[in-house]
Write a protein that binds this ligand. Structure first.
Ligand code: 5GP
Ligand code: MG
Length: 449
């Protein structure tokens, strides 16, 4: 996962990208970067860490000019190190260009070995870098044409921002896996992974960039192109379940409302007899509200979160993650003691979180712990940019629900059904990718990791 943000033709371009990245921090916490343009050349700064730690007033001053793009990274391909931080910038025969990418290409290794056999030298282990090479090698006349030629050869998930000395290009792959939205700050076009970034800088939301659409943004304004054959969109349903911020509007919905409706649907499918419903902070909140309201049960904040700890998955090592849950959450014993408790979370991946939480609640005196999950069981990995682990690490890939229930020591365990999930996006259900729940990928490819 990753977040991208760009602004064209604004006096304080890099300052706004900084703010935009701040609002998109939930999409990636490993590294961040900004590339700016003063019409003559590009300026670049990227670093490991959080947006707030990386950028200072002084560093932002070193990113002059009236256009800029930025990136926050959560590595799905390529290791977590500085050379893989984005935006990725190069100086080539036609000038300078920078790229910021959210998503995963499914034929990157293939293209890469082809290019390497012809003499190309890669600087990073990112799939994104192949796009840069394809653009640099293209014989097309304009930058836009070179981008289109490169993207015709790439397969997979991409929401992209490019910056050259004079132009910005935004692109979304034909299946539209990852979100990308267009807005404006007075007369300056802005593009972001999620609309929550617009709210922070006071920009107006215009519309979503469509699957397969490419926007050319330059001195002549914004021009839209649809150079690829039209395909059935496969927007990532997991953006709704977990990834996107609830205050964002994307894939034609407000994320909070849709997430809440998952909870309502879950309550209809799997009601519970309990004294209270407790959300698992923070990702479980909206679904829990829907679940509790529909179930007519009291909602209680039985788990208190330490807000100075980031998302549990940040640490790539299993050992650290085990510790993570305890650092982040603590039960309110007085509330839970002797009670029948229902807890709601958005998803189970490896089941390490839910196992620890159930244990924690039982320790705090809960008599029964009923677990409700506002998504179907995740049985297959994502190759389009969500950081779900290998199939063998996905607990639901090999174990029936009853075995998972025993593993996490829950009194009962229920997931939202796939039909129920689709019901919540009724009329648009064909436009989403459910591969992590079904193993039915939208097209054939050779898994590269
Ligand atoms: P588990 O303990 O089952 O491995 O992880 C489940 C928890 O991780 C849930 O609370 C869910 O909100 C969260 N989660 C699910 N998918 C992701 C992801 O892609 N990244 C991060 N950081 N957390 C996730
Ligand atoms: Mg969570």
């Amino acid at each position: 996962m990753c977040g991208i943000f760009g602004i064209y033709n604004h006096l304080e371009a890099s300052n706004h990208v900084y703010l935009g990245l701040y609002a998109l921090q939930h999409r990636g916490q490993e590294s961040a970067g900004i590339v700016s343009s003063d019409q003559k050349r590009l300026y670049h700064y990227r670093q490991m860490g959080l947006v707030s730690e990386i950028f200072s007033r002084d560093i932002l001053k070193r990113l002059p000019g009236n256009s800029a793009i930025g990136h926050v990274r959560y590595s799905t391909t390529g290791s977590s190190e500085l050379k893989n931080a984005q935006p990725f910038m190069v100086d080539y025969a036609r000038g300078m260009m920078a790229i910021a990418h959210n998503g995963n290409l499914t034929n990157a290794s293939l293209i890469r070995s082809e290019l390497e056999s012809k003499g190309s030298i890669f600087q990073s282990s990112m799939d994104t870098e192949v796009i840069v090479h394809l653009i640099a090698r293209s014989k097309q006349k304009t930058f836009l044409e070179r981008v289109i030629e490169a993207l015709r050869q790439t397969e997979g998930a991409y929401s992209l921002l490019f910056l050259t000395e004079t132009e910005m290009v935004a692109a979304r792959d034909p299946l539209g896996f990852r979100p990308l939205v267009l807005g404006s700050l007075k007369d300056s076009p802005v593009v972001a992974s999620e609309s929550c970034a617009f709210d922070l800088i006071g920009a107006t939301f215009i519309r979503e960039i469509e699957p397969g659409e490419i926007l050319l943004i330059n001195g002549n304004g914004i021009k839209s192109f649809k150079p690829f054959p039209r395909k059935q969109p496969h927007q990532c349903i997991f953006e709704f379940i977990y990834f996107a911020r609830p205050d964002s509007f994307l894939f034609n919905h407000n994320v909070y409302e849709i997430r809440k409706s998952f909870g309502v649907q879950l309550s209809e499918e799997s009601p519970v007899r309990a004294d209270m419903v407790v959300p698992i902070p923070d990702s479980g909140f909206p679904a829990t509200l829907g679940y509790a309201a529909r179930s007519r049960l009291p909602l209680e904040l039985g788990l208190i979160r330490n807000h100075y700890v980031g998302r549990t998955f940040i640490e790539p090592e299993q050992r650290i993650r085990h510790f993570g849950v305890k650092i982040k959450l603590n039960p309110v014993k007085e509330l839970l003691s002797g009670k029948k408790v229902a807890i709601v979370d958005d998803s189970i991946v490896r089941a390490t979180t839910s196992r620890k939480i159930v244990k924690m609640l039982r320790h705090a005196g809960a008599k029964e712990v009923h677990v409700r999950i506002s998504s179907p069981p995740i049985i297959d990995p994502c190759y389009f940019g969500i950081d779900t682990p290998k199939k063998s690490e996905l607990i639901a890939s090999a174990h029936p629900i009853e075995v998972i229930r025993q593993f996490i020591h829950a009194t009962s365990l229920n997931y939202l059904s796939l039909e129920g999930l689709k019901k919540c996006v009724r009329g648009e259900e064909e436009n989403f990718c459910y591969a992590c729940f079904t193993g039915e990928y939208p097209y054939r490819f050779t898994a590269e990791y």
